[in-house]
Design a protein around this ligand. Structure first.
Ligand code: DX5
Ligand code: ZN
Length: 221
């Protein structure tokens, strides 16, 4: 099933509630929370406090992407803030099994992600422990970067290993790149700038869904 997960990283934080109402109207499935610590990535964004605020504003599934060096230290705080899907980077995990189990124990859906230059083989042994895999299609840290086409190989590999898994893709998604991502096997689409920098947020979400659905239909034929 296709899902759209708008990332509030490009939202107008002066009116976060208004922006979230617009993504609800546009039919977003998730709200994507890009958490950055200034260590794992060169940027700092927000943490559990903003996640809790978003969770208070909306009933949309809170899809958190933790770009932080020490997720084990913070997963409990994100659980308390109402995060539904907790995605951690394979690059920083000493013991992926225990971190993923802890995320589940805390009532969140565990998910793994990898950078564009990380070997997908590192993820494969853990597919049975996750509800979703996120493929980074840009180097994490900033919105508004260009999609890296080579990352589609990772999507294809994951799709062939796990036909039923939710495969999310994040970075440089727009109406040109979404069809390629869907054709490769991604079904959860993250977008920050293509949605929040658009002059019509509601329409931007509907348009992304429409191009994704069209690509999916082509694939099914
Ligand atoms: C990148 C973040 C992405 C980013 C996507 O570090 O993980 O979620 O906000 O931004 P766009 O859609 O503008 O590439
Ligand atoms: Zn993200």
């Amino acid at each position: 099933m296709l899902k759209i997960s708008p990332s509030i990283l490009s939202a107008d934080f002066a009116d976060l509630e208004g922006q979230i109402r617009l993504i609800e109207q546009g039919g977003a499935d998730y709200v994507h929370l890009d958490v950055m610590d200034g260590h794992f990535v060169p940027n700092i964004s927000f943490g559990p406090m903003v996640a809790a605020t978003v969770n208070r504003i909306t009933d949309l599934t809170c899809d958190a992407h933790l770009m932080i060096t020490d997720p084990d230290k913070y997963i409990e705080a994100f659980a308390k803030s109402g995060v539904d899907i907790c995605t951690v980077h394979i690059e920083v995990l000493d013991d992926p099994r225990s971190t993923l189990a802890r995320i589940r124990e805390l009532g969140m859906a565990p998910a793994l992600t990898l950078n564009p230059d990380t070997d997908v083989e590192l993820i494969l042994p853990h597919l049975n422990l996750v509800e979703q895999v996120l493929v980074m299609s840009v180097f994490p840290g900033f919105s508004g970067q260009s999609f890296i086409p080579d990352t589609l190989d990772t999507v294809r590999r994951l799709r062939s290993e796990a036909p039923e898994l939710d495969i999310e893709i994040d970075g440089g998604m727009n109406s040109d790149t979404v069809p390629q991502a869907v054709e490769a096997g991604a079904n959860v689409l993250v977008a920050a700038s293509a949605i929040f920098k658009s002059t019509d947020i509601v329409r931007a979400i509907r348009d992304l869904r429409a191009v994704a659905q069209k690509a999916l239909k082509r694939e099914e034929q």
